[in-house]
Design a binder for this molecule. Sequence first.
Ligand SMILES: [Cu+2]
Length: 391
Amino acid sequence: MAMAVALVLMVVASLLFHFFSPWWATPLASNWRQMDETLTITLVITAIFFVVINLLIVYILLRFRHREGRRAAYQPDNKKLERWLIIATSIAIMGLLAPGLFVYAAYVTVPANALDVEVIGQQWQWRFRYPGASGKLGRSSVDLISAANPFGLDPADPAGQDNVLINNNELHLQINQPVRMLLRSLDTLHDFYVPPFRARMNMVPGMVTSFWFTPDKIGRYEVLCAQLCGVGHAGMRGYVVVEDAASFQKWLKAQPTFAQSMAPPAPVAAPGAFIAAAAGDALVAQGKALAESKACVACHTVDGSPRVGPTWKGLFGKTETMENGATALVDEAYLKNFIRNPQARVVKGFAPMMPKIEMSDAELEALVAYIKSYGAPAAAPSTQQAQKSAP
Ligand SMILES: [Cu+2]
């Protein structure tokens, strides 16, 4: 009897939880209404079976409970009952599978006017590449990946010269323009997932996977990595900005092409204390942006709270103890060496799990300036910069 009551309560509670739950899907922002409908069909079919099977058990518990003097009869089979069970479960399974086949057929049929956008996943950051005016993405190879060429594009391929490179975690898309996302991973399994778009795909090292969708609502959406890819996985976030055609084109034109990114940087002109101080602030701001786009913030805080890696608050100027007992002063050289070669030494109390993140010398300079701005509490960031730029 207690078991029967428990089952009834479980069924009622499950149904109530479904209808009154605060956890609903995010509003749809793409063409994939079919995916939502398929989920609903699956949910309804499985819910019907869940309720029916549990109530059947309740009925059996009550109807056939033990009574003095009554014995169970042995019935090896029941053709009629088996026929009905086979028919009912077959229909239910077809109902579960068939809609998925239709959606999948649509999912692998990419519209001819889809814009190709490449996504590169790496512990724990995102990068994006758009074709230039030629509409073609140039050749790439993992052998060519370096700090200066994080996408590994082939400099000899003319199709790659005008490719637009986004070296941070914000992707822009034009509303109502179908896109085919071409996915690459540089290290381990990742998954590019924007919940309001529904569509998603695993990113597998050594191959290019793809999926398509059409964003149909203007907005800024969060990108998640949907495959557990290491300790910084939860911090592997990015953004997709869906905007009108004019804003998208304006944004795209402001981004560097591969040819531009490979050109030597222009020398910084205009000396002077005031400009040096402003440049220092700009450097710290650039470092902050890098810390976010390269996902350093997934493991390092700036408020003193511990995470996977040491906090940057008060780090600069401190003496760090290594696992082997040696000590080292955290200065610019220490930080640069550590970021360039994170596995070379192990800080006491932390696991040697920091990934090697490709960064140009200029980016490294900016990141170190940002970490330095959170240095020893005695020197506030502005004082430090003033001291640095005074001579
Ligand atoms: Cu990931």
